[in-house]
Ligand binder design. Structure first.
Ligand code: UDP
Ligand code: MG
Length: 334
């Protein structure tokens, strides 16, 4: 390893999953933007199990420019984990997380760095509008941010992706969070520190296709909500309480009516409604229990977050998070 940590100011961390057509243009714009800022940098690319020639292209770029470093994970672990792997290996005084498809304009890094130099620990880029997205995506995104904004204990800024600058202090704090379900948007808010935002217009993907479909987004939303709120778990005691109270009133009414006007056999409709309604509620409750229990199970298994297959230009001993040691510390995992 030639670069010492004090000499790298900014580590740019890029997760890549099947981004072959974007790589050349990405580095062209990124390197230009970084050079114009006149600071020392490294670019950490995490190949997240790409099935195209992403890795070959990254390695070729690494040979041309040693500041471009490559970590190739053993399979696809998802963007959140890929970013975590990048942050684990970053040696800069600050890190910038950026998408590979140029939806996060590299030219904005200058603004992020300027705010950082003003003394902020985290500078995130918030998009001005979502006008260019489909109505369904806009509607679901709005729904998600309003739900999580209401039920999460910590505020999570709306319309803010992962494009942001993190000071070394924040990186070290994030490294101490051991959870497997890594909802980064929430973790960024959870760590706190001095945060600010800059506004930007998010362009369309340069080339290729998004890896997110609505099913993935739904599960992502569930991850976010279950990681940052216990409300879906706790609400059922109140629902149950209210229903029991209503049932008690109705039962009293039935008893009194039977005493006053004798036995009354017809009652099929009310019985069916009660059975179906309560059965439905019980299944929903069980489902929510399952959502949390499944995540608890994932955490308890304690598997490493990711496995690295190969690295180029990265010191693998950097991978162990501060303050912890891993039994398999020879392999670059945490
Ligand atoms: N990505 C990744 N692993 C995945 C999916 C996506 O590393 O499993 C990367 C992807 O290569 C890109 C970034 O995450 O750099 C954002 O992905 P995408 O553009 O598909 O998401 P969107 O912009 O549609 O939210
Ligand atoms: Mg994108």
């Amino acid at each position: 390893m030639l670069t010492s940590s004090s000499r790298v100011e900014i580590s740019v961390v890029i997760p890549l999953h099947n981004e072959e057509p974007n790589i050349d243009y990405l580095f062209e714009r990124l390197v230009q933007a970084l050079t114009s800022l006149d600071l020392s940098y490294e670019i950490i690319c995490i190949n997240d199990g790409s099935r195209d020639r992403t890795l070959d292209k990254l390695i070729a770029h690494h040979h041309r420019n040693a500041a471009i470093k490559v970590i190739s994970l053993s399979r696809n672990f998802g963007k959140e984990i890929a970013m975590t792997a990048g942050l684990d290996h970053a040696i800069g005084n600050a890190a910038v997380l950026i998408d590979a498809d140029l939806q996060d304009p590299p030219e904005l890094i200058g603004e992020l760095v300027a705010k950082w130099r003003e003394g902020y620990d985290m500078v995130y880029a918030t998009r001005r509008s979502r006008q260019d997205e489909s109505w369904l995506k806009r509607l679901t995104a709005e729904g998600f941010y309003s739900v999580i904004g209401r039920i999460s204990q910590i505020p999570i800024p709306a319309n803010t992706g992962d494009f942001r600058l993190l000071d070394r202090r924040v990186i070290e704090a994030l490294k101490q969070l051991p959870e497997r379900t890594r909802f980064m948007k929430g973790l960024f808010s959870w760590v706190g520190f001095k945060q600010t935002s800059v506004m930007f217009d998010r362009p369309q993907r340069h080339k290729g296709e998004t890896s997110w479909n609505y099913w993935k987004l739904w599960n992502f939303a569930l991850d976010g909500i279950t990681s940052f709120s216990l409300l879906p778990l706790k609400i059922w005691s109140y629902v149950g309480g209210v229903l029991s109270f209503l049932a008690f009133l109705y039962a009293s009414f039935l008893v009194i009516r039977t005493l006053v006007s004798g036995v009354d056999v017809p009652g099929y409709a009310s019985i069916m409604v009660a059975i179906l309604f309560l059965g439905g509620i019980q299944l929903v409750t069980l489902g929510f229990l399952g959502e949390y229990l499944g995540r608890v199970y994932e955490e308890v298994k304690g598997r490493p977050l990711y496995l690295v297959r190969e690295t180029y230009g990265v010191a693998s001993d950097r991978s162990t998070p501060a303050g912890t040691s891993h039994p398999m510390s020879e392999t670059p995992i945490r």
